[in-house]
Design a protein around this ligand. Sequence first.
Ligand SMILES: Cc1cc2nc3c(=O)[nH]c(=O)nc-3n(C[C@H](O)[C@H](O)[C@H](O)COP(=O)(O)O)c2cc1C
Length: 227
Amino acid sequence: MKTILHIDASARLTTNSVEEYNSISKSIAASFINKWKENNPTDKIIHRDVGVNPPNFITQDWIAAVFTPDEVKTKEQRALLSLSDTLINELEQADIIVMSSPMYNYGLPAALKAWFDQVIRINKTFSFDLTRGDHPLEPIMSGKTMVLATSCGEFGFGPGGINEKKNHLGTHIETMSHYLGIDTFYEINAEYQEFNDDRHKESVQNAHTKAKELASTLSNSYISTLQ
Ligand SMILES: Cc1cc2nc3c(=O)[nH]c(=O)nc-3n(C[C@H](O)[C@H](O)[C@H](O)COP(=O)(O)O)c2cc1C
């Protein structure tokens, strides 16, 4: 049995009475999850919508608590870290992380960055050792896969595209995902939302197709390892 951690991040829902208002990134991630469930109905799925319920921003006291050895942490410090502990526990259980994110101001939403800040934590998700020379940080976990579904209003954010240099969404998430123990990273993008034209329709349709195909491919390769 595999465990999937499903993190959504758009401020928009997928249940609006006007379909056009629905989150595209969330619905692409849902295509992946639904296809996965068809193939693996008993797998555990942990779902968090940080767009609707954003994690707290970290504070100076939070940082102090993180750097205080466990045996001398106060009750207040433990309480301050309890959300981080819960989110890290969910990550530890996960084999696959299905993350969806809109592009806001050329990067990820603050709510999703808040999730990463709560989760990427010294001696929990990464270790720090200066004897490693110029690369003192190493992830503690490994072997996980991330599937990132994104949506943006403009287009051409991929290599060679007209907005390539403005893409701080997938590139940023991929960099951070190393410290979650991600070894394999897939990204599926829908573009052109602001143009609302045929290019947009085609881009969204392709993204759903890719999400379903990837769910089948990954679940088939997982099933074949069981045989
Ligand atoms: C606050 C905000 C900022 C946005 N910034 C950008 C941007 O920098 N570049 C872009 O291409 N689209 C931008 N958009 C458009 C969204 O990326 C687009 O609507 C996308 O479909 C949102 O994802 P969702 O459908 O999952 O909610 C922005 C939208 C909002 C609401």
